[in-house]
Design a protein around this ligand. Structure first.
Ligand SMILES: Cc1ncc(COP(=O)(O)O)c(C=O)c1O
Length: 384
């Protein structure tokens, strides 16, 4: 059971005027009256230090940033992720998703196969399929640790034409945080089959129960085969601003990504660099507090589901602020999102968007003030 909260937390307060912006995807997609619990934004105000730094930055001219970004930011990122690397090992991205596309374009050829665990964040699948590659799904399976890699399914997915593994770590939508043992076993498979890897670690700072293990840290040989993607968007709730980073121990892989992206990639905005720099330099306590609040939300969600909706399948996420809900016990499960939108007035993500393995599921975003989370859950429970 979640620990009882003695007094309200500042994040309990719903700053309606702050999140209900007319250009917020989350809050404008559904009709008035629907509680949106879908796209991965937080319903919390931006960290005060970021807001202050932006105000200061726009009080002067903006202009282009230097080609390699902001020196202080680069130094902070290298220190955080890979102190042994240099500039030729990194590339800033206009956001993380273009890095997924560039990895597919640069590390595989049309017609080749790309392996990914499913269900998965939808752009993984579109980056493969829209670029004329073949997606080989390795469905996750429920086991002792919740959602687990199915090793037989993975081995079966490694056909001779498979070149790349797209890893989502922590995993969206299940919220699994892979253990070192799992990543070591995956690394063994990668080395045996000489796969390239793109590891999307955008949610890495949002783990609740234990350490996060970067895939490239498993072994130097693995690091030579891996491109890692990261960004400030999820942990610091700055997604719409758009910025990301690709890095690899293997400078040749980075060169292939860069060449494949060509001039299409563009550059991140000067303001995005500012945000990321301030986030890393000053927002550690904000992140710690927000993560603790999210963990409390996760626990509240777990308690509510166990008590009030025991027929909804659910494994408490170990990271991210996303919950993967299994409605397959209900006759309307194939259209769970549409059903709950109509009958509970709650807007979730459709499970099938995460691959066919998501049929019967929906994804719920719990990065919202706890009273609002409980209201959403109450609406769902009443509609069942
Ligand atoms: C795993 C993962 N990668 C990438 C993204 C999107 O990143 P960006 O907005 O920086 O393109 C998301 C957004 O939810 C995500 O969950």
């Amino acid at each position: 059971m979640p620990p009882a909260q003695s007094q309200p937390h500042p994040l309990d307060e719903f700053a309606s005027s702050c999140v209900r912006h007319p250009v917020s995807a989350k809050w404008t997609k559904f009709a008035e009256g629907v509680l949106p619990m879908w796209v991965a934004d937080m319903d919390f105000p931006i960290a005060p230090a970021i807001a202050e730094a932006l105000r200061e930055r726009v009080s002067r001219s903006i202009g282009y940033a230097p080609e390699m970004g902001d020196t202080e930011l680069v130094e902070a990122l290298l220190e955080k992720h890979a102190p042994h690397l240099t500039l030729e090992h990194l590339r800033f991205l206009p956001s993380v998703v273009p890095g997924l596309y560039a990895a597919v374009a640069g590390l595989t050829s049309p017609g080749e196969a790309v392996i990914t665990h499913t269900p998965v964040y939808p752009p993984f699948l579109s980056a493969i399929e829209s670029q004329g590659r073949v997606a080989r799904h390795a469905p996750l399976a429920l086991g002792a640790q919740g959602w687990e890699m199915d090793w037989d399914a993975l081995e079966a997915a490694v056909t001779p034409d498979a070149r790349l593994l797209m890893l989502c770590s922590p995993q969206n939508p299940t919220g699994r945080v892979w253990t070192r043992a799992e990543l070591e076993r995956l690394a063994d498979l990668v080395l045996r089959h000489r796969l390239w890897v793109v590891s999307d670690e955008l949610h890495a700072d949002l783990t609740f129960d234990g350490p996060f293990v970067p895939f490239a840290s498993i072994d130097p040989e693995v690091a030579q085969r891996t491109v890692t993607l990261t960004g400030p968007g999820k942990a610091f709730n700055t997604s719409g601003v758009g910025v990301g980073l690709a890095y690899s121990d293997n400078a040749a892989l980075m060169a292939r990504l860069t060449a494949a992206a060509g001039g299409l990639m563009g550059h991140p905005s000067t303001l995005a660099y500012e945000i990321w720099k301030v986030a890393l330099a000053q927002c550690g306590p904000w992140l710690e507090d927000t993560r603790a609040y999210l963990r409390g939300n996760r626990d509240a969600l777990t308690g509510f589901l166990r008590e009030r909706m025991p027929a909804v399948g659910y494994v408490p996420p170990q990271g991210t602020y996303l919950a993967w809900l299994d409605f397959r016990a209900y006759p309307w499960a194939a259209d769970a999102q549409a059903h709950l939108l109509e009958h509970a007035l709650v807007g979730l993500n459709e499970g099938k968007a995460f691959g066919p393995e998501g049929e019967g599921f929906a994804r719920l975003n719990f990065a919202t003030p706890r009273p609002l989370l409980l209201e959403g859950l109450e609406r769902i429970a009443s509609s069942l």
